[in-house]
Write a protein that binds this ligand. Structure first.
Ligand code: SF4
Length: 255
């Protein structure tokens, strides 16, 4: 059952990824991708994902030991070590203490914890109405209307076939958010044909809502993808985003 702001059921603790020292992964950094690139944000990374992208840069949120999901890194992770729980009040305290003008709720897939995410969003807005709340999602889980009303921006990243997921996750991610006015789309692309696929899949959506982002977990791979996708992106009037945090900090946790 979806979350509602009026529900009297207690809100379960948030399930978070852990940082390098074993604490909940809540940190302050620059947003590295999409329309907010370069802006200071507090990130809260939730654990668990319903997709299994083979190039995912946060496999420690889902690629558990005992599963047969395929990933470019062969490493598997233990949920007991990589997942931690945090009550809403403590999560809010930590977010407010970091004092950024915006919060990014990311993952993993945040909408796997819909009641907690709604409650956290409403708590942030109730405490500091001036803080922008942005949610990064793969789009496969439709957002509750209360959440649509509460957040400032959904950054929806439907996955193309090269992610290794079922082909239908691309259209599912687009259709769940097509009519959500505060949603923009970000597609990971490796080659020109990926941009063409995006162009076909987003027919009817204003190109100003669409961002193309190079696949890559290091500067060399990003440059390689950019070389192949830039002209096709420009031709179709889509926005182009880099992955600034990878260039600044490398592929590291809490950046
Ligand atoms: S949807 Fe995002 S978090 Fe989930 S596997 Fe894909 S890239 Fe990783």
């Amino acid at each position: 059952m979806p979350a509602t702001s009026n529900s009297t059921r207690p809100i379960a603790d948030l399930k978070l990824a852990v940082d390098d020292v074993g604490g909940p992964e809540i940190f302050r950094s620059f947003q590295g991708e999409g329309p907010m690139q370069g802006r200071v944000r507090t990130f809260i990374r939730l654990s668990g994902c319903n997709l299994h992208c083979r190039w995912c840069d946060t496999p420690y949120t889902w690629n558990w030991q005992g599963t047969n999901y395929r990933h470019v890194d062969s490493e598997k992770f233990a949920p007991a070590k990589e997942m931690t729980k945090l009550g809403l009040a403590e999560a809010l305290d930590r977010i407010v203490a970091l004092n950024a003008p915006g919060v990014v709720i990311t993952g993993g897939e945040p909408l796997m914890q819909p009641r907690q995410v709604l409650a956290l969003t409403q708590a942030i807005k109730g405490t500091r109405a001036d803080i922008s709340v942005e949610i990064e999602t793969n789009g496969t889980l439709a957002p509750h209307p209360d959440l649509i009303e509460a957040v400032d921006l959904f950054m929806v990243s439907p996955k193309l076939r090269h992610s290794g997921n079922d082909p239908e996750v691309l259209s599912l991610g687009i259709e769940n958010f097509r009519e959500v006015k505060n949603a923009q789309f970000k597609f990971v692309a490796k080659r020109q044909t990926d941009v063409i696929t995006v162009s076909q899949a987003t027919r009817g959506i204003d190109s100003r809502r669409v961002w193309i982002m190079p696949e890559g977990r290091n500067a060399r791979a990003l440059n390689n993808s950019l070389r192949k996708i830039t002209r096709a992106t420009l031709r179709r009037g889509f926005n182009l985003t880099d992955r600034q945090h990878i260039r600044l900090f490398g592929d590291k946790r809490s950046t």
